[in-house]
Write a protein that binds this ligand. Structure first.
Ligand SMILES: Nc1ncnc2c1ncn2[C@@H]1O[C@H](COP(=O)(O)OP(=O)(O)OP(=O)(O)O)[C@@H](O)[C@H]1O
Ligand SMILES: [Mg+2]
Length: 280
């Protein structure tokens, strides 16, 4: 029987083989490149949207910040004017009683202690008003205000606080200096409340084109998990303020070795350049 031989498949030449491999490869490469291109475009889109929402957030934070400051100024004015006035009248009234009425010794002693209490309250009210509206910033400028804040902190808390700077004099934008001042204030409050520290240092340094603000303490060290503690507004507020200046905030602690807050902002967002003289 004459079995029919299967038709022989034409042999693929080496050249043809290479052509097939090449076609396959380029096809695959095209697919990969195509996929990558799509991913790249998507990535760019997401990046753009992220930048956009960051910008919006910054504008919002700045607006909120200005509103908060103006509300604070109003409260400060009311506390100072209304409460201050009333307390001063009370003090004068007590003095009048002391000199116009004949008093028995116990009543005189009581009156003296009441006068002392009123004087202390007047001082406290002034302190509260100053804290609410840092008018000293306008008068003294950022460097001197931070130096006096360090001194006041030591007096109030007993924690030795130093101020270091490599800037001799600076002329700041008002919004910039208020933001830096409020960040330092909040950080110092945290040192007093949470750190159990014996020393703290406030730093205001010019590093190339940045202004670097630091608050360091030698206390127990902030735990990593507490840097973003839910419900605690201090760190969030500080970060927001840094953001309004296009800056960054890093809070780092080592157990038993203290905590360091570092805020880095572009110099141009805080300083009016001609005043940014470095200390000799
Ligand atoms: N210098 C510090 N040393 C040790 N722990 C700190 C320090 N600063 C902050 N912490 C910890 O981080 C937490 C978050 O601080 P944050 O300022 O956000 O909130 P708070 O001080 O608890 O409350 P708020 O500031 O809203 O009144 C604090 O509760 C505290 O446990
Ligand atoms: Mg706090």
């Amino acid at each position: 029987m004459n079995r029919k031989r299967p038709a022989r498949r034409p042999k693929t030449t080496a050249q043809e083989g290479e052509a097939v491999v090449h076609a396959l490869r380029t096809h695959q490469v095209d697919a990969i490149v195509g996929e990558r291109h799509v991913s790249f475009v998507r990535l760019k889109q997401v990046e753009f949207e992220l930048q956009n929402s960051r910008d919006q957030l910054r504008v919002l934070a700045t607006r909120l910040e200005l509103q908060r400051e103006s509300e604070r100024a109003e409260v400060a004015r009311e506390i100072h004017d209304e409460l201050g006035q009333s307390l001063t009248s009370l003090e004068l009234g007590l003095a009048w009683l002391k000199y116009t009425v004949t008093l028995t010794p116990p009543v005189r002693a009581k009156l003296a202690s009441m006068s002392a209490l009123v004087r202390t309250t007047i001082r406290s009210v002034k302190q509260v008003a100053i804290r609410l509206r840092p008018g000293v910033l306008d008068e003294l400028g950022l460097v001197k205000t931070l130096r006096s804040e360090a001194k006041a902190f030591t007096e109030h808390t007993g924690v030795e606080c130093r101020f270091e700077t490599n800037l001799r004099s600076v002329t700041c934008h008002r919004a910039g200096s208020i933001a830096v001042f409020r960040i330092v204030q909040a950080a110092l409050t945290n040192v007093a409340r949470h750190a159990h520290a014996s020393r703290a240092v406030i730093g205001l340094m010019r590093r190339r084109n940045d202004l670097v603000v630091t608050v360091k303490d030698n206390g127990r060290g902030i735990a990593r998990t507490l840097v973003a503690k839910p419900g605690a507004c201090g760190v969030i507020g500080m970060r927001e303020r840094a953001l309004t200046l296009d800056g960054t905030l890093v809070l780092a602690g080592a157990r038993g070795k203290g905590t360091t807050l570092t805020v880095r902002v572009p110099l141009s967002r805080v300083l009016i350049t001609r005043g940014a003289a470095l200390a000799p």
